[in-house]
Design a protein around this ligand. Structure first.
Ligand code: ZN
Length: 111
């Protein structure tokens, strides 16, 4: 993996973290106490996620993804980032761009 590729992965991860953090904040704002003036706007927005279990699941997903990305961000600095921990082959860059937290190549993952 070249230095340029690493830089690219880092910016992808940072972008993703930024987006997810924003999304989590948006989701959280739905659960804040509603002031009477704001109630109607809030209610229509709440419709989209009025199911609490849906909300909880979304929050959990975002949190999990954020944890994975934070982990990936640390791993990028390792010399063996992008190398499969099982077979020691390089993980394709295209795959790392989508799943930067991945530590296994597709073949090892299947096993
Ligand atoms: Zn492998």
């Amino acid at each position: 993996m070249t230095k340029e590729e690493k830089t690219q992965v880092v910016s992808i991860i940072e972008d993703e973290i930024h987006k997810l953090t924003k999304k989590a904040e948006e989701l959280k704002s739905f659960t804040e106490p509603i002031s009477p003036d704001d109630a109607i706007g809030r209610i229509s927005r709440m419709d989209a996620i009025n199911n609490k279990s849906v909300f909880d699941a979304s929050m959990r997903n975002i949190q999990t993804r954020l944890d994975q990305l934070a982990q990936a961000l640390k791993m990028v600095k390792d010399a063996d980032f992008g190398i499969c921990i099982k077979c020691r082959k390089s993980i394709p860059f295209e795959r790392l761009k989508i799943r930067p937290e991945t530590r296994l190549c597709v073949n090892c993952l299947k096993k």
